[in-house]
Design a protein. Structure first.
Length: 129
């Protein structure tokens, strides 16, 4: 019985490794991003991107540096991890082959409307909400 239990633990550890770093570490990730797991996206200027998963939940990915061409881009291609999930280790590729790497990925509310002020814009200017 001990041999079977040890084999089972080996299988679980191997599966966690194959599923990618995000799943193994318990971080936020969007599963099956490579198989239709992403429904929609909205650019946040050149600093980040809102992503709606197939489940309907929104996530926000902040970039490791400015993604200057994103506001002008018509489409993006998500580059998930080898296991297919989108995590903070993922990136997007724009139509002219610019690649923008994520720094963070976290659950989020839906993106604000076109004329809404982002909460961090109000605090940056010393305004209260």
């Amino acid at each position: 019985m001990i041999g079977k239990a040890r084999h089972w633990c080996d299988v679980v550890l191997l599966a966690a490794t194959v599923c990618g770093t995000a799943a193994a570490a318990g971080e936020t990730f969007i599963p099956f991003a490579n198989q239709g797991g992403i429904q929609d996206w909205r650019a946040d200027g050149s600093r980040g991107i809102w992503i709606r998963a197939r489940s309907g939940r929104w996530f926000y990915a902040g970039f490791s540096s400015q993604c200057t061409s994103l506001p002008l881009s018509v489409g993006v291609r998500f580059v998930p991890e080898p296991g297919g999930e989108l995590s903070r280790w993922s990136s997007i590729r724009l139509s002219h082959d610019e690649r923008c790497f994520f720094r963070t990925l976290r659950p989020s509310d839906a993106p604000p409307g076109p004329h809404a002020k982002r909460p961090d814009e109000a605090t940056d200017r010393g305004e209260s909400s």
